[in-house]
Every structure is written in C-alpha cells, then in structure tokens.
Design a protein around this ligand. Structure first.
Ligand SMILES: [Zn+2]
Length: 133
C-alpha cells in the first residue's frame, strides 16, 4: 500500500468502476468479495491490499433487481424474435435457459460489486452486524 492509496479517496464514478471489476473501491487492487466460488456474493470484511473496511455495506435486494432488469431486457426480446420464427420449445429451452443462467451468473456479482462500491462511496453502512448466512 502506497501513501496515496491511504490518503486519496476516489470519486464515486471511479469507485463504481472498481466495484464493477469486483475490486476494492478505495484502492482498486484488493478484492471486494471473499475468495472462493461459494463466496462469490459475500463481501470481504476488509480489503487485503489497503485494509479498507467493508463491514455494514449491505446491498440487499438491489443487485438481484438490477440483474433481473438487465437480463430480462436481453432475453425476453430474443425469445419474442424466436417465437416469431417458430423456434421449437426444446430448442428454445436449450438456448434461453443457459443464456439466462449465464447472464445472471455474470451480472449478479458484477452489479453487486458496483452497488456495494456506490454504497461505500456514499457512506451508506448499516450499523447492525451483517448476519452470517
Ligand atoms: Zn483496497
């Protein structure tokens, strides 16, 4: 950690971009999430690089809401086009189920990182401890 990492606080836009990369909004180098695929949606307690604390940042339902919003606006029009071209039901399931799951798996942690970074930048923290689930 350099002296500048500890002193200079990034602007909100930079923090959100770092959150989109699932990196620490303060330094952009450490992880925002705990390591391991089982913890893909769990925020780390603190940045391993700069020590910034992430306790009390709870995005709650915002990441799933925005993920559904984005995935729905991608998948539903494609399904309507497929319906107009008489795509068979098994083919539609074979195409759209993996597409929907893949986009969700990609976007949910990404958007959670961005929202957690936005909350960090705005100082939105819950004073009660985060429940372990
Ligand atoms: Zn950091």
């Amino acid at each position: 950690m350099s002296y500048l990492d500890a002193v200079v606080r990034p602007d909100t836009f930079t923090a959100i971009l770092r959150g989109l990369r699932r990196s620490c909004p303060q330094c952009g180098r450490g992880r925002l999430f705990k390591p391991g695929w089982r913890n893909v949606l769990k925020l780390a307690d603190a940045c391993a690089h700069c020590g910034e604390q992430f306790e009390g940042i709870r995005a709650d339902d915002a990441p799933p809401y925005f993920t559904i919003l984005v995935v729905g606006h991608i998948v539903v029009p494609l399904m309507l086009v497929a319906e107009q071209h008489d795509m068979s039901t098994p083919t539609a399931i074979a195409v759209f189920a993996p597409l929907t799951l893949g986009l969700t798996a990609l976007l949910l942690p990404t958007l959670k990182g961005a929202i957690a970074a936005l909350m960090w930048a705005l100082g939105m923290r819950n004073s009660t401890p985060t429940p372990e689930a």
